[in-house]
Write a new protein. Sequence first.
Length: 435
Amino acid sequence: MHCPTMGCSGPYHGMHTLLQQLRDAINGLYCGNEIFQRPADAWLQNFRSAAGSWRVCVQLLDAQHLQEHECYFASNTLKAACQKHQDVLEPAALCELLPKLVVHVQACLHKQQWPSAVQLAAAVAAVAVRAPSLQPGSIMQDLQALFFPASVASTSNLSHQTLDLHLQHDPASVAAALQLLTALPEAALSKQTSVHPDRRAAVTDCLKQSVWPARVLRAGLCSQNTKLLLLACEALVSWCELGVPPQGMEAQAGALDVLAAAVLGRETAVKACEAFAAMLVACKESSTSSAPSSMLLLQQLLQQLQHSVLPALAAEQRTMGCNAAAAASNGSSSAIGQPSAAAAADTAAYSSVVQAHLGADAAAGFCRVLCAAAAALLLPVLQGAVRLPGLLELLLQQLLLCVGVHEDSVAMTAVEFWQNIYLATLQALPQDQQA
């Protein structure tokens, strides 16, 4: 392979191997000395665009005493090559590269090198989407075989017990699979991935139909490991970008219980709210087309809200109200100077309970859950297709209160619901039903 080298006056003169030149250039870029940074950056830019540079990056990942910034550069370069650069990475080499990438994703996670693992997982996803030798219908099965040992991959239904046993022995492999599930939808949908439209459509359809993601997601959610739970939430959000929830998620009742509890968890609320809202939106979008399973999952999510999340908030709200009343009776002046309408909204809104205990980001995320749930329920209830007594009324009441709370992100999210969803839904109804 040909790759440009530094001139005799450059800082890398005398280096004997391209791999060593690469390592010195990366370290020159990160050394903080501008004298070395400029020529190092120019050399690395040329290196990244050179045919076959990916092979040197793989060698670098295999090298001893690898520094984290060296690993990240190699991972990022491989991701870019796998996404679109045919002049750097020939299509025939994609399958040769795939198992090496998987090994290094898992190795990075064992070393807690998360940024590099994200880049490598994106590279794996790009290869899966683009590689001509991988049939769209078998992509998920092929990936399963790479990410899990033969004992797991050979189990056709990848049972909960088998995955849980594997989780105990090697949680990094489950983390790697969750990183892959986060990266696959983006690789399939993004224009950053250079792939023929027909293959893109075929791969996307196969991703939607695969039952493997739901089982891996359940393992992450039910792992009793906060990091894996958060990775599972991120993967759920990404997967729902396909326009459907993970196939078979409605059968993972235990995972849905965990997700509902995580919505109110101190370390998990923000990510769990994002995942919960994303599934509600995906269920709404797909339940009207061809997926009865989406309607079932939607009902399960709404029941989790109605019977688990909202009652817990109502109980905490009553406690906060009692405490506030006690403080007022003791002459507390904490409410002096507060606008009465906003104070009343803050007292009544469940989002304010979330904010008081979990912070503003969690409150904004919870408001998005309320919006997604109300949006999913609104038309079916108005048409008489769904009966969940009192839930829609409670959601609308809470969203009305959210308009008046002090937290801007909560208030704006609620305003957007009323303007863009509620009014639009009513206006789409026949004239005689709008009243």
